[in-house]
Structures are given as structure tokens and as C-alpha cells.
Write a protein that binds this ligand. Sequence first.
Ligand code: ZN
Length: 284
Amino acid sequence: MKLANLGGRAVIVTTGGVIDLETASHGRFPAHPDSALTLIPEIRDWLATARPAPDTSTTLIDLAADATRLGPPVTAPGQIFAIGLNYRAHGTETGLGVPDAPLVFTKFPSSVAGPAEDIPLPTTTCDWEIELVVVLARGGRDIPAHKALDHVAGFCVGQDISERTGQLAGTPPQFSLAKSHRAFSPIGPWITTLDELDDPTDLTLTCTLDNETVQSGRTRDLVFDIPALISHLSGVVELRPGDLLFTGTPCGVGFSRAPARYLSPGNVLRSTIEGLGTLANTCV
Ligand code: ZN
């Protein structure tokens, strides 16, 4: 199931069209995307029995080609966790290696943006980081790794846009603020539930800048996998429905290149994860 935010309303996206959850269920399910994502098992059961007819005027193909009508599939996450240096090759390219325990920071929630939203560049040193984003449907504390995926609504594509001057200005550097400028956390194009993926532990990630591939990786190379991250985080904080987890970026970011390379106004950043779809954000 693919759960999206179309014009501010929760919809199921299918190849045959979209299903507005509140309208098609006659009010049984909420219209707000953030509320709907906590009800995925119930929505799945309802889809199988009620078999609502999709609105054929807008299909998955249409929205995949042009996601400008889609908002972020989670509009106001209570918490956003992000993991640094979680792919070995990225640890190597930065010269920092990989940590012994997950390196956790936040992207403040006001940085969330839609899958085709423009990204204003506050400086000339803004960088790309494609990441698999986990959306939580159920919260909790002390979640054991073997039960972690029961708490997951699904996955989506994310960009951890990073303003490197601010990030690397101090000693030690700080991550959270410089990764939280306006629209620095585009997510989408929709939440894909894990049952739609052949192997949720091994998805290819591809990031292109003006059609040149700048990042290519596989999620099987995560140093700390998703169950381990959920277990680790929930051992400290209470996780809540709608929380997001940015799981880290593979190698190929701009600031590790020689010479360093950054985003410029007019650049189109496309971020694709196998089975999850594509973000297409224009830098302005
Ligand atoms: Zn990142």
C-alpha cells in the first residue's frame, strides 16, 4: 500500500487511481495524512473487503511523473532522528570512519518538505544526502530489535540536505541546525508499506544532480540496520507515531569530493529508492 498526501488529504495511490481515505470510507478514516498513517492495518483490511473504486483521473503513473501536488506524507513529525556515518564507504570518504554506536542527531521538524518542493539554498555550500526514511506507525520505549518492524508504517525516500559551512564551523562540529533550514528534509513521494517490497533490507538508492548520478548505494550496507536503530533509540527516548528516522547516506556526497561540489540554484536533485519512488526537488 502506498499512502500519500494529495493536496493535504490522505490518499491511497494505486496504478488505477487514487482513493481518498475519508471520502471513500464515509468518514471511518481521517482525512489528515498524519492521522491515517497510524491506522495502516485497519486501512488494509478495509481495502480488501470494501474494495473502494479509485478516482481514475489521477494515477500512480501521473503522480510519479509529477509529484508537485503531493505534500510530505508526514506533515508534522513529532521527532525526526537522523543517523550519521551509517554506510562504511561514506565514513571512508569523509575521513571519519564509522562509529561504534549509532551517531544520532535531529533534523528539526519545520524542515520537512514535499517530494517536489523547491529547496532554497541559504549558502553556496549546501550538499545532498539521499537516505531511506523510516516512518513509525506505533511508538514505544525499549522496543526489542526483533519486534522493531512491527512499529513501522513504511518507508519513504528522503534527502538530508546539509549546509556544510554551518555544520563544520565548530569543534566539534554540530549537525542538527545546519541540516534544518527551510525545505532541507524533503520526503516522499509516499509511504510504501513493507509488504510491497521484495526485500526491505536491500534496496538500491540513487541520487542524480541534473541527470548525473552522484550517489549510488544499497541499504544492505547500513552499518546499523533499521531494527538495531529503533531498538537503540527507543532505549533512550519514547518513540511516537509519525516519527521519522533518516537512516544515513551512502557515499558520493559533494563536500568529500576534490574539489568539493555543492548545490546551485537551478539544479534538479532526483532521489530514487527501489520500490519507494522518486523525489524531484529544484534548488532555488
Ligand atoms: Zn545524513
